[in-house]
Design a protein. Sequence first.
Length: 343
Amino acid sequence: MAEEVITTDVVVIGAGPVGLFAVFELGLLDMKVHLIDILDRPGGQCAELYPEKPIYDIPGLPLVTGQDLTDRLMEQAAPFNPQFHFNEQVEEVTRQADGSWLVKTDGDLTFNAKVIVIAAGGGSFQPKRPPIPGIEEYEGKSVFYSVKKMEKFRDKKVLISGGGDSALDWVNNLQPITKTMQLIHRRDGFRAAPASVNEMKKLVAEDKMKFHLGQVTKLHGANGQLEGVTILDNDKNEFDVEVDTLLPFFGLTMKLGPIANWGLNLNENLIPVDVEKFETSTPGIFAVGDINTYPGKLKLILSGFHEVALMAQQAFRYVHPDAKLTFQYTTSSTSLQKKLGVN
């Protein structure tokens, strides 16, 4: 059976603020967009690292949180019906004979697009690996750093490690379908939404799951399949727990990842671009936001917004090579207003 290929005008790699605004600018010029992000939600660093932290330098918004900015950008992009593919990392990019691009992800998705826009911030987010000896043997088999399909964990004996939103969200979401659910964290305080923490504590009180104060120090099992773990509690006592799945949520680090292997010219793990159109050394591939570099570059969200506007003008020429590009203002163009649903 041949693999299904998703055809679109533009693939945007990264669903942070700059990637989301790219949907709007590309949409105004009649380009359809699919976005791919390694995270499980839109917003990039804004939503993942500082959703409640105020940002003060977005034009027209004297104060906005990372999550509020994400929500507003999602609302702005909505008229153009962007398609999102979360928990996916682009592994391979290949030029086709007709000049288009074949884009493949680690989740076996394949896209064909006329343009690629890299809006990946400082690179892809990579999960932090806990310091447990031999954990590599189990990764991808019984140790997972993200949840792509909940059904994979049905009837499993799951241990989740961590104290942030991801850890608490997945404890609460997976508990109903697992055989057993346990959570381990070094302290009794959590960096998660109070409602999520209260829901977890309610499950513990009802004896529907267990909570351990401490850390995992050893993994037990063969051929990558967990059978149990050793826990060192905060009183320095060791004990074993029977589990067949470990989900560590210890946060994320930034790495360039597979982008480094795509044949682009790199400068200290950043992608040089032409400031007229923010195109990379490879025609048809653009880089906007923190991932790019050029003389005078400022790593600000507002700079990324400017870069996106110029990128879209050049992307139009690849997607609609036979059409005339007419510059229009949203304030006065009835055709643009119709696209936005305000006319």
